[in-house]
Write a new protein. Structure first.
Length: 258
């Protein structure tokens, strides 16, 4: 798949997901947002950039704690949601449409650079992380938040098949080991890690997803099977007729070396 083709998938999916994603309980979870802010250790003089900011929830969570907070995303519909979220409430936020593989900022423009639930959509997450490091000042903080796949290759492959069916713009959910490795490869120290779970039920998950026709039934069957044999490598349980899941999420944070 070419970068342009994948970009089209992202624009298609996230234009359709803009409202349902930005209002989903699992995405608006204040405790999770607080943990991300705490991992960055913000101060009143900090300048934040949130990469692939989506509906702006992370930017708005940081805004009260920093001098300025900026979100950049490729999808206009997501940025429209972000502007609506922040209007009349926050004066120190800004939004920009742009390419996260070539961030339109000078070197060392920000003291904190974050991204949440984006790396599994990137064809080359290492390249995005290098850009995040480039625009971060020496001594600044880099924070990456994402769900991660099992270290078991078969389970990781099954989980990624499911997620690709659920969201055709999905690229690859990395293992925790590989996510950590991206930091080291980008010239950062081993990141500090904080963990939580993205919990929900499958009907709600599908309600904010836009799989191709018929794939929703395949997704349901894969979840049901995993409740018995853990083939996806993530906690899944059946309760009466409802399927519940708990995707493991990590907040990885590191300081850019001076």
């Amino acid at each position: 798949m070419t970068d342009a083709t994948h970009q089209d998938l992202i624009l298609d999916q996230f234009t359709r997901q803009a409202t349902v994603f930005s209002t989903a309980t699992a995405i608006t979870d204040e405790d999770a947002l607080r943990m991300i802010v705490e991992a960055a250790r913000p101060g009143p003089d900090d300048r934040l950039l949130d990469v692939a900011c989506g509906p702006g929830l992370v930017v708005c969570a940081f805004a009260p704690h920093v001098q300025a907070a900026t979100g950049i995303d490729v999808t206009p519909a997501m940025l429209k949601r972000a502007r609506k979220l922040a209007e009349k409430l926050l004066a120190n936020v800004a939004w920009r449409q742009g390419d996260v593989y070539a961030l339109p900022y000078e070197d060392a423009s920000f003291t904190i650079v974050t991204t949440r639930f984006s790396f599994h959509h990137f064809l080359d997450p290492a390249a995005v992380l290098r850009e995040m490091v480039r625009v971060c000042v020496p001594g600044g903080r880099i924070v990456v938040v994402d769900d991660y796949a099992s270290e078991d290759p078969a389970k990781a492959a099954a989980f990624n098949r499911l997620e690709k069916l659920r969201d055709p713009s999905h690229s690859r959910c990395l293992t925790l080991t590989k996510l950590r490795g991206l930091f080291v490869a980008a010239g950062l120290r081993e990141p500090e890690a904080t963990f939580y779970e993205l919990r929900g039920d499958v009907p709600s998950l599908l309600a904010r997803s836009f799989p191709n026709p018929g794939d929703d039934l395949k997704i349901i069957e894969m979840f049901k099977a995993s409740a018995g044999d853990d083939r996806l490598g993530v906690p899944v349980r059946l309760d009466a007729n409802t399927i519940y899941y708990a995707y493991p999420v990590v907040i990885l944070a590191a300081t850019r070396p001076a």
